[in-house]
Design a protein around this ligand. Structure first.
Ligand code: ZN
Length: 481
């Protein structure tokens, strides 16, 4: 077992003390690696830049020699069976993937600051957090309190601990609801007065819908961890049995709730689509370098499309509200990168290049927006061809059963095979034009939407919007019900 301790001697300065005890060493040296990126954001973030001090001791006192062998890997010489590593980590970023410490909050994404022993990632680990008994913990792992004000988090391996971010504060509020055997908890930290009755009803409704569509839920418990800030923010990250969401500003009541619903439904669907239905290129994760995968449009495009669709299908959004959201995604795609040179596959690789900043004009496409547009196209095509007996939901349920449950990873080819099986014939045109191509999909989408009573309108100044022209359209009703 690998043991970690986290405390803060200097919360005002936003520094975390990280200690790590490694036992059972039987080699001349060990390598300690800090991740260079985190699952959920496919770009190098080089967390080692936040390590202010790094020291190694035998037991508590005697320093042991070590050297850096890469930007984020330390080689420790050791004749000892046990070594203790002491690090000071700068934790001063309030977003959904970083770490932050202050006098009344400790927020740790363990992937940022816990190194792993190369070759020993499968060992169980225990993290001891030194905070008072008045603290509450929003985390996918429920801690136990022991003597000396230590909170103990146990994980079956390194992959589990880094997939369970922890938000701790005496000021957290929470309520839970159940769907079948799974307990869902919604947490809030910040200046926010939750309308619990509405939140629990809405969240239960979209959770039930997603579980009904996919057939079963992968986890026994799930946590929506929401941190509401006074500044404008919109950021969510998916995890094994939780999502970390940062939203703001806290002054925006209704708008903030619409954002909360949209992002929460999106992140919950990731529990299947990427946490379990994982691109084979990322199974297991290599946390030291880029993990290229061509299927960003499946992971983020389908999740973006379904996130809002489920809110309509459960009646949380009206038809008009849903078409407004969908129209925004379509408009953004065609206006921002409708003329881009790259395909979705190329842009999936380029996530690692500049996927999270504004690209140069007409080069990259967004795997979120174009991915959602082509998810819509495939969903509507399958519905028309099968008279609504199948849909993109059928595709994702099969992906869950064949690749997610056995946790074996899927390739682009696997996804195409399942989509074609559901569609009932070849989809080469779809994969060539929509996935691997770069031609405009505007006319194809315009024609398709007319079968659903919706007009994709272009205004004189070239702006696009969706107009509902026939709200009694049978295809429309079957799609959105
Ligand atoms: Zn996402």
């Amino acid at each position: 077992m690998i043991n970690y301790r986290i405390f803060s001697e200097n919360p005002h300065g936003h520094f975390l003390n990280i200690e790590m005890a490694i036992t059972n060493i039987n080699t001349q040296f060990i390598d300690l690696q800090l991740p260079a990126w985190r699952p959920g954001r496919y770009e190098l973030q080089n967390f080692a830049k936040n390590v202010q001090r790094f020291e190694v001791f035998s037991g508590e006192k005697n320093p042991i020699p070590f050297q850096k062998i890469t930007k984020d890997c330390w080689r420790i010489q050791s004749d000892n069976e046990t070594v203790v590593v002491k690090m000071i980590y700068y934790a001063n970023v309030q977003n959904a993937g970083s770490s932050f410490v202050d006098t009344d909050v400790m927020y740790v994404n363990f992937v940022n600051c816990l190194p792993y022993v190369v070759g020993r990632m499968d060992e169980s680990c225990e993290v001891e957090i030194h905070l008072g008994q008045d603290y509450k913990f929003a985390c996918g792992i429920t801690p136990t309190f022991s003597e000396n004000a230590k909170w103990i988090f146990s994980a079956k391996d390194y992959y589990e601990i880094i997939d369970c971010p922890m938000l701790a504060s005496p000021y957290l509020q929470s309520k839970s609801y159940n769907v079948k055997e799974t307990e869902f908890t919604v947490w809030f930290l910040g200046n926010y007065k939750p309308n619990w009755k509405k939140i629990l009803a809405d969240f239960k409704s979209f959770s039930e819908k997603q579980i009904e569509v996919m057939g079963s839920f992968p986890e026994k418990d799930y946590h929506f961890i929401n941190w509401i800030l006074p500044t404008a923010y919109y950021h969510g990250v998916e995890h094994r049995n939780s999502t970390m969401i940062v939203l703001g500003p806290d002054s925006e009541g209704d708008n903030l709730y619409t954002d909360l619903l949209g992002i929460s439904s999106h992140e919950l669907f990731h529990t299947w689509n990427i946490c379990k239905i994982r691109p084979v290129e990322m199974l297991p994760y290599d946390l030291t370098k880029e993990n290229y995968f061509p299927t960003g449009f499946v992971a983020e495009g389908i999740t973006t499309y379904f996130g809002d669709l489920f809110l309509k299908q459960t009646g949380i959004f009206t038809v008009e509200e849903y078409l407004k959201e969908l129209g925004t995604t379509i408009k953004r795609h065609f206006e921002e990168d409708g003329k881009a040179f790259q395909s979705l596959i190329e842009s999936s690789y380029d996530l690692w290049l500049d996927g999270y900043v504004k690209p140069i004009p007409n080069r990259r496409v967004s795997i979120y927006q174009k991915g959602a547009v082509i998810a819509l196209i495939l969903d509507l095509e399958i519905r028309l061809k099968t008279e609504h007996s199948s849909s993109l939901e059928t595709v994702m349920k099969l992906m869950w059963e064949q690749f997610g449950k056995p946790f074996i990873g899927y390739s682009l080819n696997d996804y195409q095979t399942i989509a074609e099986k559901v569609y009932g014939e070849s989809l080469i045109w779809y994969f060539e034009e929509c996935v691997a191509g770069n031609s405009s999909l505007e006319e194809r989408l315009r024609t398709l939407l007319t079968h659903f009573g919706i007009k994709l309108q272009s205004t004189e100044d070239g702006k696009l919007h969706l107009e509902l022209v026939d709200n009694q359209n049978e295809n429309l009703k079957k799609w959105l019900q």
